[in-house]
Write a protein that binds this ligand. Sequence first.
Ligand code: ZN
Length: 311
Amino acid sequence: MENSILGLHHITAIANNARRNYEFYSKVMGLRLVKKTVNFDDPGTYHFYFGDETGSPGTILTFFPWEGIGAGYNGTGMITGIGYSVPEGSLDFWVNRFSNFNIKQDAVVEVFGEQHLPFQDPDGLKINLVVPAKPDLRTPWQTEEVTGAVATRGFHHITLLLKNATPTASVLTDIFGYKLLKQEGNRYRFITDTVENASIVDIVEAPNVEAGRSAAGTNHHVAFRVKNEEVLMQFREKVIARGLNITPKIDRDYFFSLYFREPGGVLFELATDNPGFTKDEPASELGSALKLPKQYEASRKEIEAHLPALS
Ligand code: ZN
């Protein structure tokens, strides 16, 4: 187990307006902003991390809010869906809440025998709240309005939309250790048994759907979780042995990463548990201050003056 992929680590998506994105995820969804930093490749842009109390792997949704980027749209070669698990009996609460905040939502549907409430964030990012057949026992972050009885527990699944399922499926099974669990129409569900939650990847095969456009309201990449840097580098060798290009190890301050584009076109990342989000601020203060990587600390004043206000 130690040397395996441990399900999902984080998902990164693109937003337009920073303040609107921050308000939606921290207030409407009731997630904790566990880190407020900048895009390491573009320090004029925020990088927000939303998750549970400490930003546990498998709960972290991150955003680059690029003001004025325009709307993207989903297509093949992309992550087109995110599923969060919620407790049984909580969907009525969410339907009412989304309705009160004028959030676009659709009727509850059943997928693989589980109830899904589909909705879109203010940029059009597609998310489902899922009541899993087996209750998700992770401890949620709670707010006054989104209590533990209804709060999201972390990721349930992601969905990849692909022209051809086979090459990507073989990365999941041969390299990452996932197994095909079941199929419903053109949706194939893969799962890893190394973790209890955030363990599912769905592939929807759609040979006639064109590529999408990556901009606001779409996902940028998905990161799979490994225990530490040693395992990370073992996976680097496995990906290279498969004939795929992969980056060197990159220090993302809160985890170490590798990136590669899987054969279906989706950007995959591998990310470590260490060192985690309490590296530069205590758990009780996560997300409260703007944190900069050391190469930008000298320019803090200019960067702060340039970033949009959040309240
Ligand atoms: Zn990432």
